[in-house]
Write a protein that binds this ligand. Structure first.
Ligand code: R1P
Ligand code: URA
Length: 350
C-alpha cells in the first residue's frame, strides 16, 4: 500500500479507486461474471473481442478485474478468490463503481450432493447459508446450541437463472459427456471442510450435517462458498437512494497498488465516483437500478461417489461454461438508461 486513502467509511484512493478491488468508475461493466480462480477468469477473458483491448486491474489484495466486450457488448470478469468475505468485497465495491443495473453471474466449482458425474453443471434457483455456530462447545460437544446454522433460502434472479440455464444447454459441445441440471438448491458454506461435512482432525460435529440439510431441502444439489452471499446482497439492495457518496471523506492512510494493462482514459482521472441514482443528465432513474444475480456451478467433487474431477474435464467444462456465461450475459436485456455511461470508460470504442 502506497497511496493515500480517503474515507474510513468507504475507503478509496485519491483517484477514486476502491480499497480492495483497486478499480474505479468506468473500469467495470454492468454485466459481470465472477469466478474464484484467476486462471478461470483469464480463460473467459480469452473469448473477449480484440477491440477495445481488454483492460485488466489486479489489486494488491488479489482481485482481478478484466473488462472488455463480448460480441460488442461490454462485460467484466472479476476473479475474487474464495469465501463470503471476498464475495462481500466484490459486490459492495463493484456496486459503488457502477451506474445502473449490476447483473452478476457467478461461475464456480462445487461439491455435488446428488448422484451426477463430476463435470455436471448445476444452475441453482436458490441458495441457503450453512455456517459454523461459534456458540457451540466444539471440544466437549455439550451445548444446547446446534453446531451449524442453516439459513432460509434466497432466490437467484429467476429470469437470469433461466437465461443462464438455456445458454448452457444451447452451447453444450457434443463432445462433453456431462449435462446441465437447473432449478436446484445450493448451500454456501463458510468452510470447505467443517460446514461442508468433511472430516478433518478437528472435532467438528458435522457427521450428520449433509443428511440434515438434505432432509430440510429435498432439492439440495450443491455445496460451495459464495453464491448465497452474492444472492443475498442482490436481494437486499433496496434502491439507489443511499450511497456512500454522501459521506464526507475523512483522511486515513494507505491503499491499493493495482497493476493494469491499459491506462485509464485521462477524461476519467480524478473524477468523483459515478453512483447509481441518476442518469447521465442527473435525472433519477425510473425504475430504480437493480442487482440481479444467478450462479452456475461445476461439480468438481462428487460427495456421493467420492470422485474428483480431472484437469482434462475441468478444461473442457470451463471452456463450455465460460462461453455460455458470456452468451447469457450479453443476451440478458438491460434497459439502455440503466447502463453505465460509455464515454470515458475502458470499454469505449474510440
Ligand atoms: C473451494 O475449493 C472453492 O471452490 C469453489 C468454492 O465456492 C470455493 O471458493 O468455487 P471457485 O471454484 O469459484 O473458487
Ligand atoms: N468447492 C467447494 O466449496 N466444495 C467442493 O466440494 C468443491 C468445490
Amino acid at each position: 500500500m502506497k497511496d493515500l486513502i480517503l474515507d474510513a467509511n468507504f475507503p478509496r484512493t485519491l483517484d477514486q479507486r476502491v480499497y480492495h478491488l483497486g478499480i474505479r468508475s468506468g473500469e467495470v461493466a454492468n454485466r459481470i461474471v465472477t469466478v474464484g480462480a484467476p486462471s478461470r477468469a483469464n480463460g473467459i477473458a480469452s473469448l473477449l473481442d480484440a477491440s477495445p483491448r481488454p483492460f485488466t486491474v489486479t489489486s494488491e489484495r488479489g482481485f482481478t478485474t478484466i473488462t472488455g466486450r463480448y460480441k460488442g457488448v461490454p462485460v467484466s470478469i472479476v476473479s475474487i478468490g474464495m469465501g463470503y468475505p471476498n464475495a462481500d468485497f466484490f459486490v459492495r465495491e463493484v456496486r459503488e463503481c457502477l451506474t445502473g443495473d449490476m447483473v452478476v453471474i457467478r461461475l464456480g466449482s462445487c461439491g455435488g450432493l446428488i448422484d451426477v458425474p463430476v463435470g455436471t453443471i448445476v444452475v441453482p434457483k436458490a441458495s441457503i447459508a450453512i455456517t459454523r455456530n461459534y456458540d457451540f462447545e466444539f471440544i466437549d460437544g455439550g451445548s444446547s446450541e446446534p453446531p451449524y446454522r442453516i439459513s432460509k433460502p434466497v432466490d437467484a434472479d429467476p429470469q437470469l437463472h433461466r437465461t443462464l440455464s438455456d445458454a448452457l444447454q444451447r452451447t453444450r459441445p457434443p463432445t462433453v459427456s456431462t449435462g446441465v441440471i437447473d432449478n436446484t438448491i445450493n448451500a454456501s458454506a463458510d468452510s470447505f471442510y467443517s460446514s461442508q461435512g468433511r472430516q478433518t482432525s478437528f472435532p467438528d460435529h458435522n457427521e450428520t450435517l449433509i443428511e440434515q440439510m438434505k432432509s430440510n431441502h429435498a432439492n439440495l444439489a450443491t455445496l460451495e462458498m459464495e453464491t448465497f452471499h452474492i444472492l443475498h446482497l442482490a436481494a437486499n439492495w433496496p434502491s439507489a437512494t443511499q450511497t456512500t457518496a454522501t459521506v464526507t471523506p475523512p483522511v486515513t492512510a494507505l491503499p491499493v497498488a493495482p497493476a493494469m494493462t491499459v491506462p485509464p482514459s485521462p477524461s476519467t482521472q480524478g473524477q468523483p465516483p459515478n453512483v447509481s441514482t441518476s442518469d447521465a443528465e442527473g435525472k433519477p432513474l425510473r425504475p430504480k437500478p437493480r442487482i440481479r444475480a444467478a450462479a452456475a456451478q461445476m461439480v468438481f467433487a462428487s460427495r456421493t461417489s467420492q470422485d474428483f474431477i480431472t484437469p482434462e474435464t475441468v478444461a473442457e467444462i470451463e471452456a463450455w461454461s465460460g462461453r455460455a456465461v458470456l452468451e447469457a450475459l450479453v443476451g440478458f436485456e438491460i434497459e439502455p438508461h440503466h447502463l453505465h455511461e460509455e464515454a470515458g470508460s475502458v470499454w469505449e470504442l474510440r
